[in-house]
Design a protein around this ligand. Structure first.
Ligand code: NAP
Length: 368
């Protein structure tokens, strides 16, 4: 298959840079346009970005001019790492103009007709795009901490049922974007509040683990209590959780369910899929952000300290790479799933079922 041309919205940010770094590797997608704010637009990407990745800026994009969000785009697929203050309206406008928009932002995640997808768990929710009023489509991936929580809960929900979850997060600095928090605020410190984060863990998880019921998602029924903190770690969100199951399971049963978990990306052999979505460590000092983040290219969810809980049934520690599996890598995997499920053609265009035929691209921003 030819590589599909894509644009990265918010290309200068923490997530946008990760898109650019990951998308330099074929197959499937090729970065053809970069978009950011008026501060960056009109400059070459090399000049506009403060590149903070561990690999050099790909030569294929370094000299590319950054576009503004007002400009029409030619690429059929748009990966969005836009700031949430503007992402909602901009992503909707591009979807109306006929683009397939894959968003990292919170704005549309809980919309009834927008799929909130982790393809190992709910690739079938992509069918919601058939109900959207756009000439294109809008697909979202979850909040970064929510992804790792939902990944660990999904096999337990399937095998044993879940009654209640108590989760606390220790989230990395890069989760606040670039440049993020000042060194004065975060060095040697723990910040015990991240605006809106606890609500996202408590609501998005239920939508992801929910099932399609007619024209909507019926959310999973379980109680989730979340507390979120920011800690002085560059990359990698750690979470500690306790889980109360609906039916009895030994720690061995739970471990088997976690390690055996596979989903659509593994069955379909998607290029960005981790070979094993959930890794369970025996060493009680692992997983650690400084040592273990790159398992399966940063796409795996890492689990340690799996043991009984004297209050609930079991407890564990999770770790995941917040800008890869928690953001850019998650969105790329969703786009790969759209192609593999034939919602998107090998030209990157939305394949129209009868339900979406006849929707004409809105004029504003239409560049397809
Ligand atoms: P960031 O580093 O602050 O980057 C924001 C991007 O949005 C930059 O490219 C910026 O361009 C652009 N932007 C800001 N205001 C704009 C405007 N008015 N018009 C056009 N472009 C504008 O943020 P981030 O951490 O990458 O996060 C991006 C999105 O992903 C957010 O919605 C965030 O909640 C979500 N997310 C982040 C993470 C993470 O770990 N960081 C994880 C999951 C989801 P300029 O450089 O030109 O200002």
């Amino acid at each position: 298959m030819e590589n599909i041309n894509v644009a990265v919205l918010g290309a200068t940010g923490a997530v946008g840079q990760k898109f650019v770094a990951l998308l330099q590797h074929p197959p499937y997608f090729r970065v053809r346009e970069l978009v950011a704010s008026s501060r960056s637009a009109g400059r070459s990407y090399r000049d506009a970005v403060t590149w903070v990745q561990n690999t050099p800026i790909p030569e294929s994009v370094a000299a590319m001019d950054v576009k503004s969000i007002e400009e029409p785009l030619d690429s059929p697929i748009l990966f969005s790492g836009l700031d949430s203050s503007i992402a909602g309206a901009v992503e909707e406008r591009y979807a109306q103009a006929g683009h397939v928009v894959i968003s990292n932002s919170k704005n549309h995640r809980m919309d009834a007709d927008v799929p909130l997808v982790i393809p190992e768990i709910n690739a079938d929710h992509l069918a919601l795009i058939e109900r959207q009023p756009y000439a294109g489509a809008l697909v979202t991936n979850p909040n970064c901490s929510t992804i790792f929580l939902a990944m660990a809960l999904a096999p337990l929900h399937q095998a044993f049922g879940i009654d209640a979850v108590q989760v606390s997060t220790l989230q990395a600095i890069s989760g606040a974007g670039y440049p993020g928090l000042s060194a004065t605020d975060i060095n040697g410190n723990v910040i015990p509040h991240i605006s809106g984060e606890e609500e996202k863990l408590e609501t998005e998880t239920l939508k992801i683990l929910g099932v399609i019921d007619g024209d909507k998602i019926a959310p999973a029924e379980m109680r989730i209590s979340a507390q979120c903190t920011r800690v002085p770690v560059i990359d990698g969100h750690t979470e500690t959780l306790s889980v109360k199951l609906q039916s009895h399971a030994t720690i061995g049963d739970v471990r088997n369910a976690l390690e055996a978990f596979r989903g659509f990306p593994q069955e379909a052999g998607l290029p960005s899929a981790p070979r094993q979505p959930l890794w369970v460590f025996d060493d009680p000092s692992r997983p650690q952000p400084a040592r273990d983040l790159w398992v399966d290219g940063g796409m795996a969810t890492l689990i340690g300290r799996l043991r009984p809980c004297p209050v609930f049934d079991l407890r564990m520690v999770l770790l995941g790479h917040n800008t890869i599996r928690g953001a850019a890598g998650a969105a790329i995997l969703n786009a790969e799933a759209l192609v593999a499920k034939d919602y998107v053609t090998s030209d990157g265009l939305l394949r129209r079922s009868e339900a979406v035929q006849g929707r004409e691209p809105a004029e504003a921003g239409a560049g397809l």
